[in-house]
Design a protein around this ligand. Structure first.
Ligand code: PGA
Length: 254
């Protein structure tokens, strides 16, 4: 953590929790927020069907509403898709782009991610851009090269970083496996990412942009991960489904 950047903890619920289950979670989670450390930002990214209900329940709570994805186009003939203006209408405050499960399942690449970030920007919604290497890439010593390639999505923004952009370093081998990166491994990757931001946009922007760690963050490992100088919070999957576990992770970010 660095005092200049506000810590952020995002719950990525993935394809879990119906609107009703989401409401039950918030019933238990929201009363706990009086104990949250000051200055820590908290967001919940439910699946699309629960967005409206969660948004209504989060109103005036101080907890931000997040989306897990967005389409590359603002409107049109794209059956089953959801656009940035629709998210804006639901008062979504941030959206994930390029999660590794979408890169894997939908073959999303850098240029598609760049378009998604552009649509979000047009709608005034900050993106959380996810990057990270597979186990095979790490074992071959390709981690830095993969991160460098994934960061080319910012070629779409030559004049400066998209306002409010957040990065999330999520090594694919750590996601949902119970095998988190060590704090040092994560710090090293975050340092590389901050260096790439600096090269592209200069030191002031690089120092201001938050970089979250994701991949098997738990109440047990969160504090040590978040104590690293370039780790500004977490993108949390499995452990964010349980109110007291996500609460513990929010406390660790304080
Ligand atoms: P996990 O998922 O915490 O369950 O590993 C993190 C993510 O994919 O965002």
């Amino acid at each position: 953590m660095n005092a200049k950047r506000a810590p952020l903890a995002i719950a990525n619920w993935k394809m879990n929790k119906s609107p009703r289950e989401a409401a039950a979670f918030l019933d238990e989670f929201l009363p706990r927020r009086s104990g949250f450390p000051e200055g820590v930002q908290v967001a919940i990214a439910p699946a699309f069907p629960a967005l409206e209900r969660v948004g209504r329940l989060l109103l005036h709570s101080g907890v931000l509403l997040g989306a897990q994805d967005v389409h590359t186009e603002a409107k049109g003939a794209h059956t089953g898709e959801v656009s940035a203006p629709m998210l804006k209408d639901l008062e979504v405050q941030l959206a994930l782009v390029g999660h590794s499960e979408r890169r894997r399942d939908r073959k999303e690449g850098e240029s598609e991610c760049g378009k998604k970030i552009t649509r979000l920007l047009e709608a005034g919604i900050p993106a959380v851009y996810c990057v990270g290497e597979t186990l095979e890439e790490r074992e071959k010593g390709e981690t830095d090269a993969v991160l460098t390639r994934q960061m080319t999505c910012f070629d779409a923004f030559p004049d400066g970083p998209p306002p409010g952009i957040v990065l999330a370093y999520e090594p694919v081998w750590a996601i949902g496996t119970g095998r988190a990166a060590t704090p040092q491994m994560a710090q090293d990757a975050h340092r590389v990412l901050r260096g790439l931001l600096e090269k592209r946009y200069g030191a002031a922007h690089a120092e201001a942009i938050r970089i979250l760690y994701g991949g098997s963050v738990t109440p047990a490992n969160a504090r040590e991960l978040f104590s690293q100088p370039d780790i500004d919070g977490g993108l949390v999957g499995g452990a964010s489904l349980v109110p007291k576990d996500f609460e513990a992770i929010v406390l660790a970010a304080g």
